[in-house]
Design a protein around this ligand. Structure first.
Ligand SMILES: *Cc1c(COP(=O)(O)O)cnc(C)c1O
Length: 355
């Protein structure tokens, strides 16, 4: 791919900007005016374009509809005080998209197509990046199989697309979670480390069961013994026990390599916080709750950045976490991350890409 990239732009004649209420944004409901599209045909990515957001023509025999050969990403663009557009760790999302793609036999998207496609789309839809404090533009790149064929094999044709969606001031309420010991999200050798569409379909049923019982989300355990805490449905999960930050390692291939997770671990070390990447057992977690040594528990992910956990259900027993102390690690690291994302402090890590 040494050709210079040509991205054709076909602008929408009917912007939804005027009729969108930026003061009441719920996650994922409103899609901005344009979308980026690239087609994989004859062994290469081609026909790069930006067009008005709208329906696709899909043949009912489309392979993705039947077999779920599809992967996605999620990242965000923020506005700093000067009104400039900042994207947080987009290079990490680009690499992870290709790691997910590899696992699902999907051709990788070259870095320049991902980056230029995203950059152009953000330029065209820059007015969709909210100016309100705490708001941002969620970016959803995804790749899916485009063959019309009912046989099971990797598709020959694919689409790579990027959508964006303005999201609100997402100070999530502290969540109640349930430790899941019957169903599994991932197993060793499976697809848990990939942001693959099917992983999420498979987790809906157990998650809905927990929601009916009054819990917001699950804490998944390992698929083999259900003794080790892995992660939550769309977030990695971290615990502070006796002043040490503990989170599951990513070496088993059963845990999604969260970019927020990685960022929090890097910042924790810089903040002088002892860090352990190791599996916490369910009984160790229960002991820490019973003896009052569990100081904090939280999920990490692009949507909420840090989601505080207020209650954990283990084997049908609810444990309420202690009130967060002043100067709690999760509060401090959330503020530090937000300051970096909104360009309020220097970007010492090279995490910010200016559009
Ligand atoms: C996307 C995702 C996360 C969080 O990853 P970030 O890069 O921090 O947004 C964690 N777990 C699962 C299962 C995910 O899909």
């Amino acid at each position: 791919m040494n050709k210079t990239l040509t991205i054709n732009i076909n602008k929408s004649k009917h912007s939804k900007l005027e009729t969108t209420n930026f003061d009441e944004l719920s996650f994922g409901q409103i899609i901005s005016d344009h979308m980026f599209v690239a087609e994989y045909k004859d062994g290469e990515w081609q026909d790069l374009r930006i067009e008005p957001y709208g329906p696709l023509q899909i043949n009912p025999a489309n392979a993705t509809l039947h077999y779920g050969q599809s992967v996605f990403e999620g990242l965000k663009a923020y506005r700093n005080e000067a009104g400039e557009i900042l994207v947080f760790r987009g290079d990490a999302n680009q690499r992870r998209l290709n790691e997910s793609a590899q696992r699902m036999c999907i051709p990788e998207v070259p870095e320049e197509i991902f980056m230029e496609g995203m950059r152009k789309l953000l330029e065209v839809d820059k007015d969709w990046i909210p100016k309100q404090a705490g708001c941002s533009l969620y970016i959803r790149p995804f790749i899916f199989a485009a063959d019309d064929y009912l046989g099971i094999r990797p598709s020959n044709n694919y689409k790579f697309m990027i959508l964006t969606s303005p999201v609100g001031n997402y100070y999530s309420k502290p969540v109640a979670v349930k430790v899941e010991t019957q169903y599994a999200r991932a197993v060793e050798g499976g697809t848990g480390a990939a942001k693959a569409a099917g992983n999420y379909a498979g987790s809906l049923f157990p998650a809905r069961k927990a929601q009916k019982e009054g819990y917001d989300q699950l804490l998944w355990t390992d698929g083999k013994t259900h003794q080790y805490i892995e992660e939550s449905g769309t977030m990695n999960v971290m615990f502070v026990i006796d002043g040490t930050l503990i989170t599951a390692p990513i070496s088993t291939g059963t845990i999604l390599k969260g970019i927020t997770r990685d960022s929090v671990l890097i910042l924790a070390k810089e903040m002088g916080m002892p860090v352990e990447e190791r599996f916490l057992t369910v009984s160790e977690l229960e002991d820490a709750l019973l003896s009052g040594r569990l100081e904090e528990a939280f999920g990490t992910g692009t949507a909420a950045t840090v989601a505080f956990i207020r209650l954990i259900n283990i084997h049908n027993k609810d444990y309420v976490l202690p009130e967060k102390a002043a100067g709690a690690f999760s509060d401090r690291v959330l503020k530090r991350l937000d300051d970096i994302k909104y360009g309020k402090v220097a970007d010492d890590h090279g995490w910010i890409m200016k559009i």
